[in-house]
Ligand binder design. Structure first.
Ligand code: GDG
Length: 740
């Protein structure tokens, strides 16, 4: 799929996540270290130990003395390559249990009614992200790649970028990114998006989450994506889908290990029914545990022949036990288990075997490989690794069935599973019955296909893929940064300018000399701009040409007094001081066509609120900057298609500019207009062209090689050689040109 770049492979990866892959507790003054439980740490730990990355996160404990601290830090560093970030009890309460788990977690999983929006928790969330930022700044080497994980640290990429603008930063979100309609509830939504956009690469588990992120960036920040990249000022942020894998080999190998085999025998002896159904979840409201239980109860009700022949092993791992909703959920589950066991219980058969604890890896693998059916039916889940772990363990056995919820990210990859709506109890009960009746050959085939995929795109491929994309983005960023007109190049421009006896400055107007506004008539050249142009014009070595899409009256009214030369309507009209008045660049240009095409634009305007028509002498423009951004783009493309059909074989052309569709005579463009100056009899010693729009690309295309061409704004797909960030930077450049 890709050739890993050697340099990138050799870089040190620094992982940052809320929790370290190990949890530290203290018993009688002695440190006790155990692996952390949860999808992120389980999967990334394999990568971490293989790659010797450095992992920064909360260890689960605060040292009580400097001796304790030293001992803890040495153990974490030497044995686990980990660096702790300490969080006080109050930080944990507000940042972790508060903003992360009572605001972001429910909101991103579509449980908006469970959300609290508390300003002081938000403040602490920012503060803790700053703590992580400081720790990274202390630790990072210039060559490192930082990989930030999950919803606890959404602000960290931007915080780090501010202090280390050249850092290479990746961010991966392990939970869903919700639809814009849900995300917009968040009072700090813009800050969160900006925080994430500090990264060079943002990864999600599924294309749906990627699409939702693009939609929020567009509608809430007005940031468009082009080919999966978002412009962040002077960098492009790549946004991509990376469905997380697992260390499949580890699970497949485990199944044949003596320890797991022993566990399997123990399970089979203690659960003495014909079939076993298994579910493994952190105890969380997103996992749909009460719904699993209700589905199992309904299944026993509908299919009484299975009573006494089947056991449902319900493994719940304690999680966020200090949050009140989780305590409530725990007691609801206890009650439901009690109810089902009470209802169906006969001596010697326990329908639901409920375990509320975390199992060692061997025991978990034994359960995976023993279970005839895995019920993985979360109400919402970023990915769900349990589904993949079950398949990896069943690869050898081949007798299992996976019942999987359509709202788990994993469903996008595992189409051979029995896919269910996790809120439809009846459907889930039927899925259990169906799963148990699938013939062995079919089970083997389904499991085989899915297991193959899991083995291929495993956790190592996943991390390689992410890091490769991050590296590619870094290389592009470095290349593009060299095109920003700063320091060295500015000095060169000054030198060339000073030495030149005859200079030509071709300057676009909107977006280049002035910032864009909602409507074109709101833009007026201010006194600073008039002064800049006046001063440049006063130098007899200079010819200044303003090349605009505006009509000639506007340009004449607002810029006429500065003495500059002008091009209006993208080249239809020319004003040269030697000529003394405006003239048509293509004599014989007509405009009777406007009458028949105006109604077409009018139709589009009526259907698209916020759009409007601008009439020029030889052009018609349909502006859609103020429309709903998605509808605006769709309608603009529709309009371009319609017009291209209508105009084929005529002397007219359609142009898609910056939020504007324009009809104008063909043979007229800014490039051709520029040639009226570029092809002058005496050669120019210095040429500078500056523009921000697609229409300015025509100018860049006709420039001689020695000219300086500058694109305003950062769009890598341009014929210009250099970039400036904004019209303010253009003004600064023009002001800095030396007087001669
Ligand atoms: C988040 C997202 C996304 C569970 N019980 C035991 C145990 N586990 C391990 C499993 C698995 C992990 O915990 C659970 O992973 P999930 O993916 O199912 O869910 P979350 O913890 O919610 O993880 C999720 C994931 O991040 C990765 O991006 O898939 O959507 O919510 O690995 O094996 N491990 C052991 N004993 C247990 O009792 N040893």
């Amino acid at each position: 799929m890709f050739a890993p770049n050697k340099n990138i492979q050799d870089k040190r990866i620094v992982i940052a996540s809320n929790r370290l892959p190990v949890s530290v507790t203290s018993k009688n003054g002695n440190l006790q270290i155990t692996p952390s439980v949860g999808g992120l740490t389980t999967a990334l730990s394999s990568f971490h130990s293989k790659k010797a990355s450095l992992w920064v996160g909360w260890p689960g404990i605060n040292p009580t003395s400097s001796q304790h601290k030293k001992e803890l830090e040495e153990t974490l560093q030497n044995n686990f390559n980990c660096l702790p970030v300490y969080l006080s009890d109050s930080d944990l309460r507000k940042y972790y249990y508060g903003f992360s788990n009572r605001t972001l977690w429910p909101l991103f999983h579509y449980f908006s009614s469970y959300c609290t929006f508390d300003a002081s928790e938000w403040e602490t969330y920012q503060k803790v992200n700053q703590l992580f930022c400081r720790k990274l700044v202390e630790t990072l080497h210039p060559d490192d790649m930082v990989w930030i994980h999950d919803y606890h640290l959404l602000l960290l990429p931007e915080m780090l970028r501010e202090i280390m603008p050249d850092a290479t930063i990746g961010f991966f979100l392990h939970i869903p990114f919700p639809s814009m309609e849900i995300f917009r509830y968040l009072p700090w939504r813009e800050e969160i998006l900006q925080g994430m956009l500090g990264a060079d690469l943002i990864g999600f588990h599924t294309y749906d989450y990627t699409r939702h992120f693009f939609s929020s960036a567009l509608r809430l920040l007005g940031k468009e994506q082009t080919y999966g990249k978002i412009n962040a000022g002077s960098r492009m942020v790549t946004v991509e889908t990376f469905p997380m894998g697992i260390d499949a080999e580890k699970f497949t190998r485990a199944v044949t290990s003596p320890a797991v085999k022993k566990e399997k025998i123990r399970i089979q002896e203690s659960v003495n029914t014909e079939k076993i159904i298994l579910s493994v979840d952190r105890l969380d409201f997103t996992k749909g545990i009460p719904e699993h239980l209700k589905a199992f109860e309904r299944f026993l009700e509908k299919y009484p022949e299975w009573q006494e022949r089947i056991t449902y092993v319900l493994l719940c791992v304690p999680s966020r036990t200090k949050v009140q909703e989780y305590q409530q959920l725990k007691s609801d589950i206890d009650e439901l288990v009690g109810k089902i066991n009470g209802r169906f219980n006969v001596p010697g058969w326990l329908p639901v075997l409920y375990m509320y604890r975390s199992l060692p890896f061997e025991e978990l693998s034994a359960f995976y490989s023993t279970a005839d059916l895995a019920l993985v039916t979360p109400l919402r889940d970023g990915m769900n690794l349990v589904a993949k772990e079950y398949l990896a363990c069943q690869d050898q056995v081949g007798k299992g069935v996976l019942v999987l919820s359509e709202t788990a990210g994993a469903a996008a990859e595992l189409s051979e599973a029995v896919i269910v709506n996790p809120r439809n109890i009846e459907m889930m009960a039927e899925a259990i019955a169906f799963g148990l009746s699938v013939p062995d050959d079919e089970k083997r085939e389904r499991i085989g296909l899915m297991a193959q995929r899991i083995k291929k795109y495993n956790i190592f491929r996943w991390t390689d893929d992410f890091i490769h994309h991050l590296g590619r983005n870094m290389e592009d960023r470095i290349q593009n940064q060299q095109r920003f007109l700063m320091g060295k190049y500015q000095n060169e421009i000054h030198e060339c300018y000073k030495l030149a006896g005859k200079r030509l400055l071709l300057l676009d107007f909107d977006g280049t000399l002035v910032t864009l506004k909602k409507r074109p008539e709101q833009v007026r050249p201010d006194s600073e701009l008039i002064k800049i142009l006046g001063k440049l014009k006063a130098d007899p070595k200079n010819t200044i040409v303003i090349i605009s899409g505006r009509d000639r009256n506007y340009l004449a009214d607002w810029l006429g007094d500065t003495g500059v030369e002008m091009v209006a309507e993208h080249g239809a009209w020319i004003y040269k001081s030697t000529h003394g008045d405006w003239y048509l660049s293509e004599p014989g240009t007509t405009n009777q066509w406007k009458e028949s095409l105006y109604p077409v634009l009018e139709q589009f305007s009526e259907r698209t609120p916020g759009s409007f028509i601008e009439e020029k002498t030889y052009a018609l423009a349909w502006h859609y900057r103020n429309t709903d951004p998605e509808i605006g783009d769709i309608r603009a493309n529709e309009l371009v298609d319609t017009l291209r059909t209508l105009l084929s074989g005529t002397h007219l052309q359609v142009l898609l500019g910056n939020k504007v569709v324009e009809i104008k005579p063909s043979g007229v463009d800014k490039g051709k207009a520029s040639l009226k100056w570029l092809e002058s009899s005496e050669p120019w010693d210095f040429i500078l062209a500056v523009g921000d729009d697609w229409t300015d690309e025509d100018i860049f295309a006709v420039l001689p090689e020695k000219a300086w061409s500058i694109k305003v704004g950062f769009i890598p797909f341009t014929k210009a050689d250099y970039f400036l960030k904004s019209s303010n930077d253009v003004r600064s450049l023009l002001k800095s040109l030396p007087s001669t």
